[in-house]
Write a protein that binds this ligand. Structure first.
Ligand code: 3UK
Length: 523
């Protein structure tokens, strides 16, 4: 078998013994005659062809190597949805480094933890994120030796790319070698770096992108979910690159207005959103009267899609939304509805090549109709969490089986239904949100004695944080304080995390050992 190739059959993916995944995703298109085809279109009117992409990936890899990075060194990325994201990510992989894309909505404290935890050698970021990233870098002794803006002031990635050589031999690797990391938020607050291997993006792109979605070379992909999120990384980068299609990148905030505008301008055939955004788009539908006629299929993931949103979207657009559950650890969607088999309210059935079990506390399979923990086997499963043997042992069960931490039930026909998290984490707008973190922020206010945060469904059936607050002076309760607390959270936390409801209570339900009983608040 030729180096860096993979043979796809319905049953298996056979990787060449020497396999650097940048070759099939980037360089293969030159050999297949796509050099002049557009790979990326941006909302700034820039088109990047497959030929230009391969050239800039090589130069970016050479630029990183030129800094003196060593094989396996981490390159943190805090990069907006822009072609530069592709250049750094693939350039690093091709040159033998490990890119680590980070959520661009994080705050200085979050970045500080990750910069220290990852022991990264370099960080590349869009200047938009200076305000949160620079204080994090300054707060750490040592820290990444190389700090590079993608564009703007100083020596930038753009300059380095322009100056670097255009030829780059792929660093030798194998399908099972470490390739990139994605940080996932944990229930106790600290993010965990999930280590993905060279084969993983091939598995998700083929088994979900091609075999489930039917993606092909003529598809135009638009993901409202950003590239830093495993969901967006697949939708907006690896799937289009796997099939030789075109990705549309939008670097602004996804709102109903902006996303409908991108759809009208670029005529995507595949559209990827999260339930919150579909709900907002539906609320604005009449007013905006969007043209969605180019789209053949819509996808939802990140949190459960309420059946009512599915139905109203179909009424408005004539389009189905394919709901599927994915995770950072499995890289993309592993249980999904199918274009010709959609069960409203269900996540569907396992994606080809994935196996799912629902088990009780003793690890025994439960019968249909009974809830239990969802365990999944998949060849895109992260090998481990970086620097975290306890969490690795609890989640990575061996032999590519993962504990998802979700509670699921399967019906007699084999459809899977989401029941909730096995812990107390919330999904808000598709992004993990820790109740502890919001509680801690609320407790920073001098009048707050205690706080407990749970998920509550809004009118659209989507989960948002709701806070129960015990005050030091009960008489201070009122709208004014409520507004103050909300402002405190908006200022100090990622923007989607502020509590939408605040209830002042006399005390919180607790166990004998003093742990807040969130299940009683939820009831
Ligand atoms: C929850 C869902 C019900 C579930 C993701 C698509 O969300 C992604 O990854 P995360 O690591 O979170 C994983 C957890 O989110 N979840 C995701 N999708 C659904 N719950 N229905 C759904 N359709 O708790 C899961 O364990 O942030 C989604 C692709 C890649 C991803 N990383």
């Amino acid at each position: 078998m030729n180096d860096h190739t993979v043979t796809v059959t319905p049953e298996e993916l056979i990787f060449a013994p020497t396999f650097n995944v940048a070759v099939p995703f980037i360089d293969r298109h030159l050999a297949e005659g796509r050099a002049d085809r557009v790979a990326i279109s941006t909302n700034h009117g820039v088109d990047v062809t497959y030929g230009e992409l391969a050239d800039r990936v090589n130069r970016a890899g050479n630029a990183l190597a030129g800094l003196g990075l060593l094989p396996g060194d981490r390159v943190l990325m805090v990069v907006k949805d822009d072609p530069a994201f592709y250049y750094v990510f693939w350039g690093a992989i091709k040159a033998g480094f490990v890119p680590v894309p980070l959520n661009t909505l994080l705050r200085a404290k979050d970045y500080e933890f990750i910069v220290a935890d990852s022991q990264a050698a370099a960080v590349v970021w869009s200047p938009e994120y200076d305000a949160e990233l620079i204080p994090a870098l300054d707060a750490i002794d040592g820290g990444p030796a190389h700090r590079i803006h993608t564009e703007g002031e100083g020596t930038t990635l753009a300059d380095l790319i322009a100056a670097a050589p255009a030829e780059l031999e792929p660093a030798p690797a194998s399908a099972l070698d470490d390739c990139f990391w994605l940080y996932s938020s944990g229930s106790t607050g600290n993010p965990k770096g999930a280590i993905h291997r060279h084969r993983d993006m091939v598995v998700t792109s083929q088994r979900y992108g091609v075999d489930t979605l039917g993606a092909g070379e003529d598809d135009v992909f638009f993901s409202a979910a950003k590239l830093f999120f495993a969901y967006g990384l697949g939708n907006g980068m690896t799937f289009p690159l796997w099939v030789g299609g075109r990705a549309v990148l939008f670097d602004g905030r996804p709102t109903p207005e902006s996303t409908f505008e991108v759809i009208a301008r670029f005529s995507p055939t595949l559209y990827f959103g999260v339930p919150t955004l579909y709900a907002a788009q539906l609320a604005a539908f009449e007013e905006l009267a969007p043209d969605t006629s180019s789209v053949r299929m819509c996808v939802s993931a990140g949190e459960a899609l309420p059946p009512d949103i599915l139905k109203r979207w179909k009424d408005r657009t004539g389009l189905d939304i394919l709901d599927g559950i994915g995770s950072t650890e499995l890289l993309h969607i592993f249980i999904s509805n199918r274009p010709d088999d959609i069960k409203p309210g269900s996540s569907g059935k396992p994606v080809p090549s994935y196996t799912a079990r629902i088990v009780d506390e003793d690890g025994n399979d439960v019968p249909p109709g009974e809830g239990g923990r969802l365990l999944v086997h998949g060849l895109s499963a992260a090998r481990a969490y970086w620097n975290n043997p306890e969490k690795t042992a609890a989640t990575m069960l061996g032999d590519d089986w993962l504990d998802t931490g979700d509670t699921y039930v399967r019906d007699a026909d084999g459809y899977f239904y989401y029941q909730g998290r096995s812990d107390d984490m919330l999904k808000v707008g598709g992004i993990w949100t820790s109740p502890f973190e919001i509680e801690a922020k609320l407790m920073e206010h001098r009048l707050v004695l205690e706080a407990a945060v749970i998920g509550r469904e809004d009118d659209a059936g989507l989960v948002k944080p709701a806070a129960f607050v015990v005050l030091t002076e009960a008489e201070a309760a009122g709208e004014e304080l409520e507004a103050e607390l909300r402002a405190l959270c908006k200022e100090g936390l990622a923007p989607y995390k502020y509590p939408r409801w605040i209830e002042f209570v006399g005390d919180l339900p607790k166990t004998a050992t003093g742990k807040i009983q969130r299940f009683r608040l939820r009831a």
